[in-house]
Design a protein around this ligand. Sequence first.
Ligand SMILES: Cc1ncc(COP(=O)(O)O)c(C=O)c1O
Length: 472
Amino acid sequence: MVINIKYKIVAKYIRNKILKGDWFLGMKIPSHRKLAEQFNVNRVTIIKSIELLESEGFIFTKKGSGTYVNDYLNYRSTLNNWSHTMEWSAKSRSEYTVQLINKLETDSNYIHISKGELGKDLIPENKLQQAMISVSKYIGDLSFGYNNGYGYLNLRKLIAQRLQKDGIDISFENILITSGALHAIQLLITGFLSQNSTIFINTPSYIESTHAFDGFHMKKLRIPYTNLHNFKKIIDNYSHTTEGALYIEPTFNNPTGKSLSTETKKDIMKYCQTHNIPVIEDDIYRDLYFTPKPNSSIKSLDKNGSVIHISSFSKSVAPALRIGWIAASEKVIEQLADIRMQSDYGSSILSQMVIYELLKNGDFDAHVTHLRKMLKDKRDYMLAILNQHFSHIANWTVPEGGFFIWVTFNKNINIKQVFFDLINKENILINPGYIYGSKDNTIRLSFAYETEENIQTALIQIKRYANQYINN
Ligand SMILES: Cc1ncc(COP(=O)(O)O)c(C=O)c1O
């Protein structure tokens, strides 16, 4: 059973006790230790359930004394009847840190030193405007009705051609247009993966921050990115008992910037084919390389349709367009297109046409060539500051592409405190490593979004607060 279900079960037990009057106002509830023993769970699970019930007003904690039943009747009158229903929905809410990041990420009063998108200077503004003018000329020609679940045919054809150039043996029939790569993953979860399946994910990973695979009774098993050559052992222990799938970011992993070797990719391909484990290859940063092109995608090694390749234009053009794709076998695409028609009837046709125009007239290629150079310069700028200010307190990756530098502090630092202080006192937003499943003293930095001046300001403040919150 996954942790997010367990804490709900404990919370439900306590809530019922209070609602039935077994536990009454002012009464001290059993200690964390006792509850953990009773439910055979760890203390983190108990803390999560206590936090949930506190937020619902059922209980309150007196520092150093314990947890007590609250005046919940009074509090309950301020709640509507749906809060309990929502709690048992198929998906649960993000961690508090992620909710806060999501909330502040669009606030221009902050310096966004971890943000995973292109800054204003890197978005192809003029080219996008031109593409939009071209699209506006279609109005009247095309029927502004519902599209099918597969997406805009012309765009599917162009994406298929581009993937063929990358060594992937497919046609437009293998392509489905999505509203971004995350949507592609959600579509696979609802329309392709079995409920109860075990999802093997590389860690640390972007996907941990989204909770995408939490729900539908799925279980996540983590394979350390640096140890992926060892993936067989980990999968072997579980894959016989349940349906499984492997989610992997082979190129410029978010957040570490690392990539897989060709040998590891071949191994993954061979092993997963033999064991009938689908591979979901999230290759969203592939175009953003600073050295020669990355090695072949896993999909290009796939001869029998075991790999589902997903990507999008969010990182190379603009996330606002919300256009991505899935490349998979025709059977899978057909099923997903059908499921798609049950949810939203397809992505915005206007956005699809804008991307189509950019690709068709060569503007996309010209832009990405320029972008690679600009991103590399910004990476070098950030690295220079890190070398100047952080060499005694941290080490970091030197990414060969993508947006991110992964910083690991040498000492044990209270990263959560650094995160909150930077927000509250300096208007700086960082992404702490723990939201990506990292236990170490890590943060993700992005050189893609901010100006050089803001990069410098933010890094100096991060250093100041990191030094302040060294745990002894
Ligand atoms: C690895 C990875 N996959 C998927 C996404 C989501 O991309 P999209 O905007 O296309 O949904 C991101 C965005 O940060 C990402 O880093």
